[in-house]
Design a binder for this molecule. Sequence first.
Ligand code: MSP
Length: 671
Amino acid sequence: MCSCTIFALICAQEVAMSNEKKTFYITTPIYYTSGHLHIGNSYTTVAADTMARYKRMCGYDVMMLTGTDEHGQKVERKAQEAGKTPKEFTDEIVADIKNIWEVLGIRYDKFIRTSDDYHVAAVQKIYQELYDKGEIYKSEYEGLYCSPCEAFWTESQLVDGKCPDCGRPVEKAKEESYFFRLSKYQDKLIELLENNPHLLQPEGRAAEMINNFLKTGLRDLCVSRTTIKWGVPLPFDEKHVAYVWIDALSNYLTALGYKSDDDSLMKKYWPADIHLVGKDIVRFHTVIWFAVLMALGIELPKQVYGHGWLQMNGDKVSKSKASGAACIVDPIFLAEHFGRDAVRYFLLREMPFGSDGEYTYEGLMTRINTDLANDLGNLVSRTVAMAHKYFNGTIPAARVADPIDEELLTLTRTAVECAKPHMDAMAFSSALTEIFKLVSRANKYIDETAPWALAKDPANADRLATVMANLFEAIRVVANLLVPFMPDTCAKILSCIGAEVVDWDKCCSEGMLPAEFTVTACEALFPRIDIKKELAAVGLGEDAVPAPKPAKKEKKKKVEEPAPAAEISFEDFMNVELSVAKILECSPVEKSEKLLKLKVSFGNEERQIVSGIAKAYAPADLIGHNVVVVKNLKPAVIFGLESFGMILASGQGDQIKVMFADDSVPGDRIH
Ligand code: MSP
């Protein structure tokens, strides 16, 4: 081959490589098929779908994986009770789950079932390899087993003698079993989590894993069962089936064709960019899964993200806690009743992604009324109505600028750079806050420019056209940025103003409306909800008898009635210096469940504050936010750390709510 040909080949290869899209592999947990899903379960998948849509809009070749975790005792029992085979039983649940994803607008690239033949075959090969390598050995297991959770626990892990996850009784189980040499990975796992903060997010979860699980001592893990039939038979001993968690976790690899004849997807997408999971299953993903991957000699995923829980009465959402109105936790009911975009928005806006948040039916409706009906919906509907009223829908090209436009134009131009860091950090709620700043600014701009007053004098026609054009440009950017969250609504808005969806990253500078453009009519996006009426309709109105709260939690949630404070003079009040501060850094305080150590900035001064808010917030929820601080509080030493200032918050324990001041400027005094 001559040198020119080689050169041409190399060039062609380089061109091909530079054209190759960056990949992004995101996984949700695979869902149990022993019962129906509720809005809490849907949370992980709505978040994953939003992230996947965002990455696709940023030009990535995305693989989003979801599916079902079907094997195990619980399904076996339930199927038997229903007079069905486990496969018949799970087929029905799988159809239901797929329907929920459809109704919620979840667009996955692959749906895996652990009962799929290719998965079963690959899990068998994984077990065989681990066995051949000596990572799995035969012994006898005697332990405490929680059958609903399919988990073995040690005595010290039990809470009040019951399963620490679900609170149900555990039973002693003894059987001939195969064990995975998990203990040998203990030090490696600690080192890994300590030295790679990105690996487990949000901040704080790694410390939880290290202190609560890894440092308490890892024992070898029992990874086979003889008492269950509905599972993957071990290739080297068919009396045994695989432990459901090893079976389930392997889906992240087998979905890509690992241990099959075609591993091209594996080559393309592994290592996964994010395993998105709820905080309850971080343990399985970082301890067991990481150790299995190391044993197989496979690169670890780039990140496990353990999000918080959607709670009711301070506990994980479940159907039984729905105050008798099961529909209020049913994702299908909610999506059909309020629209799927409203439900998606609520889930990602209501609570910072890493933290727990309280779900109430009333809270959902309030959020829809304020953010979606009043702010976004109103902005679009009144701007479109004015365009039709003043210009018959076609905004002419003539422009007359005014300094009053500057703030809106700047926000419109910088919206991507304000929201992007939050999207990349999966801080969905903060990203939405940023995007909605543009919505609020645009609404304020309407009040400031008063188009109805301009319209009174034909001499103002060019200025009026400018105001309308600025508003539509802001709406276009908002709609483009909100596509991953509310795809249907944004498609409606963009189509109404005749704009195309463009790359998320570039929408401030690309896809702008032409000088002259026409808008069509737009149906009401989010009709206002009559909250009282809706509450009454599901039996949660004022007359409804409140559901009794669980005794265990009641104790935890009891809040001391504060003694009324004595009156103070205005001068006394003025002596308290309340200032806005930005949180720059935040980390848990070692050996304390309650405390966080924060570095805050008042613009021209930085300080360390120790605050008792760890039960309600993970560090990731706080970094970058502005809070209110009592600035002239005497410094104190808390847990051996200097603390100068106090962050204002209400509530107690895991119900604490910090007073955020994201719209204010760090250093400003509050008066
Ligand atoms: N089958 C396992 C996952 C195996 S992954 C290899 C499982 N399934 S699950 O159906 O119980 O949970 C699925 C997801 O829903 C988990 O991420 C779990 O944390 C999440 N949630 C269940 N209830 C939840 C809330 N109330 N709030 C937020 N997420 C919650 O675990």
